[in-house]
Design a protein around this ligand. Sequence first.
Ligand code: AP5
Ligand code: ZN
Length: 215
Amino acid sequence: MILILLGAPGVGKGTQSQNIIKKYSIVQISTGDILRNEVKNETELGLTAKQYMEKGELVPDDIIIKMIEKRISQPDCANGFLLDGFPRTIEQAKSFDKMIKQKGLDLDKVIYIDVADDEIIDRLTLRRVCPTCGAIYHLKNKPPKQDMICDICGSKLIQRSDDTKETVENRLKVFKEHTKPLIEYYEKQGKLNSVSGLGTVDEVFSRILTALSSI
Ligand code: AP5
Ligand code: ZN
């Protein structure tokens, strides 16, 4: 199974990915997580990516495309994978189409999660994440049991450096300009399913399951 989770920053792609991969036993590929790991390890790629990520701009297509090509060739992707945060431009989508065609694979579905901008700003500025296990929290909607401590692994939670109001606003602008055209791109391929991202995490997940039930 090959799936793409499409949506503006903060609509809940990471949160829902964790539910979807458990249900279908596939791996999650988050370009954001891969890049943050490179930044943390201060690799050459990380040092380049950091300059774009801090401003909420997109990392150049050639870097991202190479990264994805390498990742989907790894053995753990053989049973299928869920792309979270990729593709983000028409160029990335076209390269991905070519990439999987060469491997004799086919994209099953694209789920587009839709949430209004003001809700997104609230979700992202109050988001806290675990730097160790990747768990995602929200100070109001999904607070950890102990103040700023991860329920799963006990690490101290952090705020992502691109979750300030100003950077979030730029990320939304970049999404509208570069990523939103992908909705039409995948509609034309007959692969797109839109779901509302409002409501509880479980309610959104159940809408996603309904959209995936036809595969
Ligand atoms: P990336 O890490 O992909 O960030 P993003 O797309 O902006 O998405 P987020 O991770 O911010 O949000 P999400 O939709 O996963 O929401 P979440 O589940 O956490 O990218 C970061 C940067 O890397 C980019 O800006 C770019 O520079 C670079 N990059 C990455 N991929 C790239 C690519 N392909 N090309 C070029 N550059 C790339 O939820 C958000 C919050 O809401 C959480 O607090 C959560 O608890 C809460 N929440 C979730 N669901 C609900 C709900 N139903 N109700 C209430 N609260 C909820
Ligand atoms: Zn943790």
